[in-house]
Design a protein around this ligand. Sequence first.
Ligand SMILES: Cc1cc2nc3c(=O)[nH]c(=O)nc-3n(C[C@H](O)[C@H](O)[C@H](O)COP(=O)(O)O)c2cc1C
Length: 176
Amino acid sequence: MTTVLFASPRENGVTDAVTRVFLDGRDAVFFDLYALSPAPCTACNFCEGAARCAKRDLDGVFDAIRRSDRLVIASPVYNYSFPAPMKAFFDRLQVFYHHPAAPDPGRRCALLLCAGRTGVYASDLMRRQTRVAAEELGFCLTDVFLKPGTDAESGLTPSEEAALRELSAGFFIPAS
Ligand SMILES: Cc1cc2nc3c(=O)[nH]c(=O)nc-3n(C[C@H](O)[C@H](O)[C@H](O)COP(=O)(O)O)c2cc1C
């Protein structure tokens, strides 16, 4: 089962196009982070003892992720990091910080990023954030795709699309 965490506010933006090519029609449980608008973590520390978050708005997302063996995080770069709803989601993973899922190399996470600029981005930071979050959730961040330069050209070039399709084909191969 595949869970997608989609963090662009634009329904038909570049992140959407990249996600569609990556999924290539495969079934996935899709969560729109802007629609969900996760409540921010308030550091109440309830999760340390209770092994669940005191807030219940992400229960469905956490359930889907627990049942998944593929996790796709698709996001634009906003001010060198993730848009606010995705950052709120990461902060809400405190429960998994206190009670991490068992690491499983067969559970793979892919990070799909779109950036307006070319050259220097914050994707290193975003990779690190995602790697740690994925590990707490019991996944391994195995694949990262960055579509740069969308301020100038929003479409995928043929070589970008080919690279994305190749990444996708490898990502969805079932663990043996
Ligand atoms: C609030 C905001 C902040 C942004 N910050 C950055 C940035 O730091 N670096 C960058 O390369 N692009 C930045 N961008 C551009 C977006 O990453 C780019 O337009 C991306 O393609 C948007 O994806 P979408 O088409 O799915 O909305 C920013 C855009 C917005 C609206």
